[in-house]
Design a protein around this ligand. Structure first.
Ligand SMILES: Nc1ncnc2c1ncn2[C@@H]1O[C@H](COP(=O)(O)OP(=O)(O)O)[C@@H](O)[C@H]1O
Ligand SMILES: N[C@@H](CC(=O)OP(=O)(O)O)C(=O)O
Length: 518
């Protein structure tokens, strides 16, 4: 069978990258791949953030929804978004015709949002659908801007709005694979003109897709653009999904906190998801399943260092596209691929703003339905449990409580939980997680981790081990989280494992598959 690569690459840019490095994105990345590398490129952007995501456009738009639902005035916030985007257009777009058009399009989108918000304010309620429509504006403004900047700098691009991607009569309550299959079909239709075009035009796709049943925020949550980019990569049968960030890739620990952290050449999808869940926001956990099903590798790259190799996310036990079994004869691949896999931990991460919730049953033994009752209450208040450990009459849980809303919810839940037994909570805690697909010497590694904490006088409040041995986690005092991170990294991750051949294996394999006539 002869297998043809599609030559499509999907590039996803996060909000802070669009905010801080738009010119580099266009000149050094999009233009490089479309001209020098000769790829067909599709670009997906999130809403702009000039400084941090927390102060970015999506957060501001959601704040407007909040205000409208309380029948409060949102004008100041929406005008800040307008001013920010208009100023940005004036600074970056040189061609006066393109600049005028961008400012007009920006104002048009914001005027529409004002209309949605005004209506909600009158009702004193913002539905999930309205909140989606308001939120979508962030990605629209960002993509209108990058499309305009591309055209301004000599790279032909076209804005593509995915807000109404799904048929308006589509209505389901569960989001499963058939839902994603439908989305991919809709995307294929949207992208057909670009795929069939003789001229190379870069589609600039809004990293928001809608309108999702129950709202995108409820179904996917913040960071939804990664998933959107993954679905686009599947629709285009792309050779690679590139997720561009402000770090060189995935490190053995957050490089801002641990200067000795090492860049990893490859990680498995499970490891990437686990790192994101436990505090290192590398990639939205839903992203992997979609692209890996289509055998498309994900590459994390740095907008400030486009020539870097980055980190590839791909399973270590799965064939690539066009490959029903791993390539034959085996000699086609160098010995390094088959050499022993990494056996230690891959990375360490910490997650702050954790509350430990202890419930001691008032019955002598764990009564029937005790856990079910606890989870029903937590579910009612939309509280998520990150870790749990139970004994016969005692349950300890670690919950992320990062903001005022979750603090309020916890308070209400605790009142209800008191009917089941004695409840106490410990605030200002942190989860420390050691992640590694190949932690074969699991007991030894867990032992080293806990001994290191003891040597540093760090008390362990709770211990939990994932069922698949990919994650060893414990809960400690938040004040000690940096010390724990650094000391465990020093003990288990500072030095490269004896054989780093596996690290390079995925890149090497990708190269070789490209050269093979499968
Ligand atoms: N193990 C890790 N590897 C890489 N980055 C990490 C890790 N843990 C935490 N981080 C942090 O995650 C952030 C992700 O990059 P950034 O580009 O800022 O995200 P976004 O695309 O969401 O704007 C970086 O600031 C980095 O310090
Ligand atoms: N703008 C959305 C979606 C997103 O994915 O953002 P980012 O790619 O900047 O994390 C958010 O803030 O959640």
């Amino acid at each position: 069978m002869t297998y043809q690569l599609s030559n499509w690459i999907v590039q996803k840019f996060g909000g802070t990258s669009v905010g801080k490095f738009p010119v580099e994105i266009v000149d050094e990345i999009i233009k490089f791949y479309t001209t020098e590398a000769g790829n067909n490129v599709a670009v997906v952007c999130s809403a702009r953030s000039s400084y941090t995501k927390a102060e970015g456009t999506t957060s501001r738009l959601l704040r407007c929804c909040d205000l409208a639902s309380q029948e409060l005035d949102f004008t100041e916030v929406i005008e800040a978004v307008r001013q920010d985007h208009v100023q940005n257009a004036e600074i970056h777009i040189q061609n006066p015709v393109l600049q005028t058009k961008l400012i007009a399009d920006t104002n048009k989108e914001l005027d529409l949002v004002v209309r949605y918000l005004e209506a909600s304010k009158v009702l004193g309620e913002v539905s999930a659908r309205t909140s989606d429509l308001v939120m979508a504006c962030g990605e629209k403004l960002s993509c209108l801007f990058i499309a305009s900047l591309c055209n301004d700098r000599g790279c032909k691009a076209q804005f593509v709005d995915l807000t109404h991607l799904l048929p308006s009569d589509y209505n389901v309550s569960v989001i499963d694979n058939s839902f994603y299959t439908l989305l991919v079909e809709c995307l294929k239709n949207k992208l057909k003109p670009f795929v069939n075009s003789k001229e190379r035009i870069v589609p600039l796709l809004t990293g928001f897709f809608g309108l999702v049943p129950n709202g995108l925020l409820n179904a996917v949550g913040r960071g939804y653009t990664d998933l959107c980019a993954a679905l686009i990569a599947v629709a285009l049968n792309a050779d690679e999904l590139q997720v561009w960030k402000e770090v060189d890739g995935i490190f053995t620990a957050d490089p801002r906190k641990v200067p000795q952290a090492r860049l990893l050449n490859s990680v498995t999808p499970e490891e990437a998801a686990e790192l994101t869940y436990y505090g290192s926001e590398v990639i939205h956990p839903f992203t992997m399943e979609q692209v890996i099903r289509a055998k498309i590798p994900i590459r994390i790259k740095n907008v400030q260092n486009p020539k870097g190799e980055g980190t590839v996310i791909y399973p270590d036990d799965m064939a690539k596209r066009g490959e029903s079994t791993p390539p034959h004869p085996p000699e086609a691949l160098s010995q390094s691929f088959f050499e022993k896999r990494r056996r230690g931990a891959t990375a360490i991460t910490t997650k702050n703003d954790i509350v430990v919730l202890n419930i001691h049953s008032n019955k002598k033994t764990l009564s029937h339905g005790f856990l079910a009752q606890i989870f029903t209450i937590l579910d009612k208040y939309k509280l998520v449990v990150d870790l749990i450990s139970t004994s016969e009459v005692h349950v300890s849980m670690a919950l992320p409580i990062p903001d005022a809303d979750s603090t309020r919810a916890l308070k209400l839940a605790v009142e209800k939980l008191k009917s089941l037994g004695t409840v106490d909570i410990i605030r200002k805690m942190a989860i420390v997680s050691l992640v590694g697909k190949q932690m074969k010497q699991f007991i030894g590694i867990a032992g080293s981790m806990f001994t290191t904490l003891a040597e540093n006088n760090i008390n362990i409040e709770m211990i939990s081990q994932g069922a698949n041995e990919i994650n060893i986690s414990c809960v400690i005092d938040e004040a000690n989280s940096l010390k724990a991170l650094k000391s465990i990294h020093g003990k288990l991750l500072d030095e490269k494992p004896p054989s780093n051949s596996f690290e390079h294996a995925i890149n090497e394999r990708l190269e070789q598959i490209k050269k093979m006539d499968l």
